[in-house]
Design a binder for this molecule. Structure first.
Ligand code: PHE
Length: 454
């Protein structure tokens, strides 16, 4: 494809919202609260923030660098930069990662969409623990309805992608991200007036390190990668659409901080509600789908709050999926000579087929729940492999490629926009962390996760 005719974002603000749309997703709303809840709250949060600062953010900046430097999809970009074969693995990893995440993510996305309709139909009015459990089982066990909702989500995202980078991704994220932010603030204002707020804040901000193990650190690292959407080429692909004036270190930092704020705001809302009604923060993946409807239905204006919450979750799911899905779409349309539309359709079919496997194996009682690979059903397997293996390994490769195989001058030139930005010290700091801290942490976490190192 002729690089001059390649589409891109029209401004720095558009790039910011698109990237924020990629970062803010079900990770903040569905994963973050239960992972923090299961791992003891504040101590975990602190480790997570360290992972973001020392690993996630440097990798994100490196991905932006790779993307904008080459103006290519992830496979083409890595090929061009290194001109060699070893790093082709990053490209393959990215395509695999994006598909693996989409397989289970589209399933949860479908549940979220379906909840908006259920709430609007009044199915959660006067909810009890029995009825929410029934609704959740009904939503997830289908087996027909979760598959249909999953297909709906994939089709919505496909349409956005077929519209293109400017008319699809940029327009949608620029319109919906501000809506999401307003909705979350509304939820928090309500939540902060609940009696459980104090306990919720203590849970999130008062650290108890007795529960921290090497496993905790691995989980925090996985969550950091998943949250920032790094390690699988999404940020390379979006970076390739940035304008040449974009301050990429600035954009990356703003996105990382905003994403963290969103996670905390969701956490505060969720845990305030949970503590108010004496429920357990460690409710697991069901926290969003059972605890939240139950708790919200008990507070005044709860139903309005509940719709707002699930609409914001739907927005988050949609814009995040858009960024994952763009990775293979850019690859197939630029490297494999497919039209954009065909690339979207072909990938959508793959995602739906494998996604159905995930949807039908959510737990042991699911239709395909009996099928186990390495002791895990498809849903858990896709989730585990992407968060804990593919993204961190992809991130490690990216850190090593940019940190050790590309001349610092070239990196500096790109990150300062050819010397326009006077941020040399910041770049020196980033470069140091990228070379000596990021890879070391990643390698230690890996070795300890497979039991070689304690
Ligand atoms: N960051 C997204 C979330 O939190 C997930 C994601 C991962 C999106 C990888 C794109 C790429 O939900």
């Amino acid at each position: 494809m002729d690089n001059k005719r390649r589409e891109g974002f029209s401004s720095g603000l558009a790039a910011f919202f698109a990237t924020l749309g990629a970062a803010v997703g079900l990770g903040n709303i569905w994963k973050f609260p239960y992972v923090v809840g299961e791992n003891g709250g504040a101590a975990f949060l602190l480790i997570y923030i360290i992972c973001i600062a020392l690993v996630g953010l440097p990798v994100m900046i490196s991905e932006f660098f790779i993307g904008r430097r080459t103006r290519k999809n992830v496979v083409g970009a890595v090929k061009q930069l290194n001109n060699g074969k070893i790093w082709t693995g990053i490209g393959i990893f990215s395509l695999l990662g994006s598909h693996f995440i989409l397989f289970f993510y589209s399933c949860v996305g479908g549940w979220v969409y379906s909840y908006v309709f259920k709430i609007l139909k009044g199915e959660f009015a006067g909810a009890t623990s029995r009825t929410v459990a029934y609704q959740f089982t009904n939503t997830t066990m289908g087996p027909i309805s979760p598959v249909i909702w999953q297909i709906v989500v994939v089709v919505v995202v496909s349409i956005i992608l077929i519209l293109g980078v400017k008319n699809g991704i940029e327009k949608i994220t620029k319109t919906l991200m501000p809506v999401l932010l307003v909705l979350i603030v509304i939820c928090d204002i309500r939540a902060l007036t609940l009696p459980g707020t104090k306990e919720s804040l203590a849970f999130l901000f008062k650290a108890d390190f007795s529960k921290v193990t090497s496993q905790t650190i691995l989980i925090a690292m996985g969550l950091a990668f998943f949250k920032l959407s790094v390690g699988m080429g999404a940020m390379v692909t979006y970076g390739s659409y940035f304008t040449k004036e974009d301050n990429m270190i600035g954009t990356a930092s703003k996105v990382a901080i905003s994403d963290l704020i969103v996670s905390l705001l969701v956490g505060i809302a969720v845990f305030s509600a949970v503590f108010t009604f004496g429920m357990k923060p460690s409710g697991g993946p069901g926290l969003l789908f059972m605890t939240i409807p139950l708790v919200f239905s008990k507070i005044p204006f709860g139903n309005i709050l509940l719709v707002a919450f699930f609409i914001l979750a739907s927005i988050a799911a949609t814009t995040a999926m858009t960024s994952m899905f763009e990775v293979p779409v850019a690859y197939y349309s630029e490297e494999r000579g497919m039209s954009r539309k065909k690339a979207v359709i072909v990938n959508a079919i793959i995602i739906i087929i494998f996604g159905i496997l995930a949807t039908l194996s959510v737990n042991n009682d699911s239709l395909l729940g009996g099928i186990k690979i390495f002791g895990k059903g498809f849903f858990d397997l896709f989730d585990y492999l992407s968060s804990n293996v593919i993204l961190p390994l992809g991130g490690l490769f990216i850190a090593i490629l940019v940190g050790y195989f590309i001349p610092k001058e070239e990196i500096k030139k790109e990150l300062t926009n050819n010397g326009e930005l006077k941020i040399d010290k910041v770049i020196d700091f980033y470069y140091f962390i990228l070379r000596y801290v990021t890879p070391v942490i990643l390698i230690i976490v890996f070795l300890s996760s497979i039991g070689i190192f304690r």
